[in-house]
Design a protein around this ligand. Structure first.
Ligand code: ZN
Length: 563
């Protein structure tokens, strides 16, 4: 995109009783506000130190990623040649030895004929105990396990459309992504796999663009422990001193969202009632026993948040399964599909992780380049919740972004992650805060009605729903719904670095006949970054017998504005 030519813009606003359609203002006071630069106080809203909590959460994620980056992270050529259909995980995490023993079945559809081996991501330290065709455990498939890739040699050449189906048995102490911790003297076993952690504890195609159509997860633990996981609990089977929890996720799921949270939890339930009181979805809370009282009030909010997001985005995607969340020691919080994990608790992080069930879980960023489609959306959803619950278009989250903009929001770097292997994927400034501002600006550029139409179209789109999306695809969808060319918008805000800095001034002249003439000047003065094409709201407020507020939206390539 070419650089937009920009020169000092003159905004001339004249109020004249004689001019048809002009603004008639009585004496007293005229006040011109640039909304973009307005800061409001939010004393009436609940205050949480959102920013420092988010920083902690992101820091935790980035510590995990540093460990995870020891492994290969790119999709291999072979992984382009098959599509995972189904995983079945049978897991025995032993809290005493801290050894995980696993048996994972993998079913995949072959995309190009002649496929005779399958590459899975699996960290080298895990030991392979067996590898065989599911239908014939007597067969032994040969394999290699180097560079954190498990290469399984299939029993024959598979042609396009055929399915392979085999089982990997293994054991080991996962290096990351899987924790054997202890809480108040009891085992607390947890997973946190985003972005590259699933491969540390189970062999899989650990790539966000390929969701399994469904997953079964069976976990055997000492009977005093409770296992929370994805989807619905099919069965609990008690055998001797152990119990097996069988969870089934029938909806497509990406590898990093497959999760476990295990502890002698106190489990409580609530109901989300929808469809004019005709239907009910169970809400599950897996709580550390000493947190139960503390969480009562805040847990009660969840059903309202599900209702609100369902109203503005589309129905909660997993209505016939559940919403659940579990306390864990993985650090921060994580939007595991139908069962989020939390190590801190407030209504904003609840709203954030819940919103991910739509933006992140139902529709997942296709690659880590596009992580803002997860994090920017979830972060902006916190502000949407604040707007709904507290009646202000901004809210405490956005207020905190204003307060910390110098240190946390404004800065170089692109929201589009150019190189996920060397750049910070979970940049608080870019993927979370700036990206949520971009959605707020998009809302203004296309208008409120169109913005929410974009979200519901995105939610309903067959090509993204239960699948993935890229920035380009989201832009195309925005353009289709709005009928606007948004190339400039996405280019400057997603793919370019920086932000505009405005300088402005205004004067008013009493024309002596009860009217005023107002002249305003505005300019972009940033030197490090190119000029921005953005609409800017300018309000003229007169305080008279009746307050008169007039708002104009100007593109900054408008030469002169008159009234
Ligand atoms: Zn998030």
């Amino acid at each position: 995109m070419s650089v937009i030519k920009f020169s000092l813009k003159k905004i001339q606003i004249t109020f004249n009783q004689d001019k048809p359609g002009g603004y008639i203002l009585k004496k007293y006071f005229i006040f011109l506000t640039l909304f973009l630069l307005t800061y409001s106080a939010f004393a009436q809203l609940p205050k949480f130190n959102m920013q420092s909590q988010r920083e902690k959460m992101i820091e935790q994620k980035n510590i995990h990623i540093k460990k995870m980056l020891q492994s290969e992270s790119e999709k291999t050529q072979n992984q382009e040649e098959y599509d995972v259909k189904y995983y079945s995980l049978d897991l025995i995490p032993d809290p005493t030895t801290e050894i995980l023993t696993g048996k994972v079945q993998i079913v995949g559809a072959v995309l190009s004929s002649g496929l005779n081996y399958v590459e899975l991501n699996f960290i080298n330290n895990m030991t392979i105990d067996g590898l065989y065709l599911t239908e014939n455990p007597g067969t032994n498939l040969t394999y290699t396990h180097t560079n954190n890739i498990l290469t399984v040699n299939l029993d024959q050449d598979y042609s396009q459309g055929q399915h392979f189906d085999f089982v990997v048995e293994y054991h080991g102490l996962p290096l990351y992504g899987f924790g054997f911790s202890s809480y108040h003297g009891s085992p607390m076993i947890w997973t946190l796999s985003q972005p590259y952690g699933a491969r540390a504890w189970w062999p899989c195609k650990d790539i966000p663009s390929d969701k399994a159509d469904s997953v079964d997860i069976r976990v055997t633990v000492p009977s005093e422990l409770i296992v929370a996981s994805n989807g619905v609990l099919r069965e609990t089977i008690k055998e001797g001193a152990n119990t097996t929890y069988w969870w089934h996720e029938k909806y497509p799921i990406v590898s990093y969202l497959v999760s476990l949270a295990i502890h002698p939890y106190t489990v409580e339930y609530d109901n989300y009632i929808y469809n004019d009181l005709a239907d009910t979805m169970k809400i599950h809370f897996y709580m550390f026993p000493n947190h139960v009282n503390e969480l009562q009030g805040i847990n009660a909010l969840i059903k309202d948040q599900i209702g609100f997001f369902s109203d503005i985005f589309g129905p909660y995607p997993y209505l016939d399964e559940k919403y659940g969340h579990a306390d864990f020691l993985g650090g921060g919080a994580m939007e595991h599909q139908t069962c989020s994990s939390f190590s801190f608790w407030n209504e904003w992080v609840y709203a954030h992780e819940l919103a991910h069930q739509w933006w992140g879980d139902l529709i997942t960023c296709d690659t880590w380049h596009h992580i803002w489609l997860n994090e920017g959306f979830a972060t902006y959803s916190e502000a949407l919740w604040a707007e709904h619950a507290y009646g202000h278009i901004y809210g405490p989250h956005t207020a905190s972004m204003y307060q910390l903009q110098e240190s946390f929001y404004l800065g170089p770097g692109t929201i589009y992650v150019e190189d996920p292997l060397t750049q910070t994927i979970f940049s608080g400034a870019l993927s979370y805060n700036k990206a949520s501002w971009v959605l707020h600006m998009l809302r203004h550029v296309v208008g409120d009605t169109t913005f929410f139409e974009i979200l519901s179209t995105y939610y309903n789109s067959p090509e993204h729903r239960f699948g993935t999306a890229t920035t380009e695809e989201f832009q195309e969808l925005c353009e289709q719904v709005s009928g606007m060319d948004l190339e400039y918008f996405f280019h400057q805000w997603i793919y370019e670095s920086g932000y505009p800095i405005y300088e402005y001034a205004w004067t008013s002249t009493d024309l002596g006949d009860g009217t005023y003439r107002v002249e305003g000047y505005i300019d972009q003065i940033q030197t490090e970054y190119p000029l921005y094409k953005m609409p800017l709201d300018i309000s003229i407020v007169s305080i008279s017998v009746d307050t008169n507020i007039v708002t104009h939206t100007l593109m900054n390539d408008t030469v002169i504005f008159r009234n």
